[in-house]
Design a protein around this ligand. Structure first.
Ligand SMILES: [Zn+2]
Length: 263
């Protein structure tokens, strides 16, 4: 186990600015210059690998690490994404599901005609068994494959330096290529109320937490020419809670940041 050491001031991985403990329990530091939230005691590489490997022994049980998105939700996301891109479906498009988890988004996109290239370092074998074309790494994709788009759902928060992954992704897509991103919203209502008891802050695999402002900064650093935040109304519950969810999503205070960025 690595040591907890919150006494040492650390500099921000994004901008080199000074960081200070954020929230009371000190799980995260916040950069005073750019606002990036980084886990104070970052899990060491080997420990993180163990966490993921153990989770993958029973992927349906430990969904917080293996990807909890249900197929029914993924189908909603895929249909909404097609509408945002003003296309009927994904026929003829080569799409990378970056951090594919248990493969539900790969499946939903493929049902709508996409040619899927899943990238999943830990769940690779699980995906292959399901008949999904999977790779351990973006670098392992055949070099001749030109991607039309990439989806990265609940991935950025697991990376030390998500802007570097976004840059690598950008290099793999066509000039007209796009990237769809979804990550927890550190400025959402639940985060503001629950602070470091927020379930996204508690999960040990979450190394950075982002806000809309931070998303803009990392997308610009990674070289994307344009991007927009998507405000999708997704009904997770019924009745009054649904109405509340609608209000949150429209005001930008909901728990998820969704972005569409163009090369
Ligand atoms: Zn910073």
């Amino acid at each position: 186990m690595s040591q907890i050491d919150t006494s040492k001031p650390t500099s921000c991985r994004f901008c080199n600015g000074t960081t200070r403990p954020h929230w009371r329990r000190g799980l995260f530091n916040r950069c005073l210059s750019c606002g990036l939230l980084t886990r104070t005691r970052s899990i060491e590489g080997a420990e993180l690998e163990r966490l993921y490997e153990q989770s993958w022994l029973d992927p349906d049980f430990r969904r917080s690490e293996t990807g909890g998105t249900e197929l029914t939700h993924s189908r909603v996301y895929a249909a909404k994404l097609a509408r945002e891109l003003r296309i009927k479906d994904f026929t003829g498009l080569r799409i990378c599901d970056f951090g594919a988890g248990r493969g539900s988004m790969s499946q939903a996109l493929s049902e709508l005609g996409a040619e899927i290239y899943a990238v999943e370092p830990f769940g690779y074998d699980f995906l292959i068994k399901q008949g999904i074309r999977a790779f351990r790494n973006l670098r392992d994709l055949p070099p001749e494959v030109e991607l039309d788009g990439v989806v990265a759902i609940s991935v950025l928060e697991h990376l030390d330096t998500p802007w570097q992954a976004l840059k690598q992704i950008r290099e793999r897509i066509k000039p007209s290529g796009w990237v769809y991103l979804a990550t927890p919203n550190a400025n959402g209502l639940v985060a503001r109320i629950a602070h470091d008891r927020w379930r996204e802050a508690v999960r040990p695999g979450h190394l950075v937490l982002l806000t809309a402002k931070m998303m803009a900064k990392i997308l610009e650093r990674a070289g994307y020419s344009s991007y927009r935040r998507l405000r999708w109304y997704i009904a997770y519950q019924s009745g009054a809670r649904n109405l509340f969810g609608y209000a949150l999503q429209m005001s930008g205070l909901d728990g998820e940041l969704r972005y569409l960025a163009f090369k």
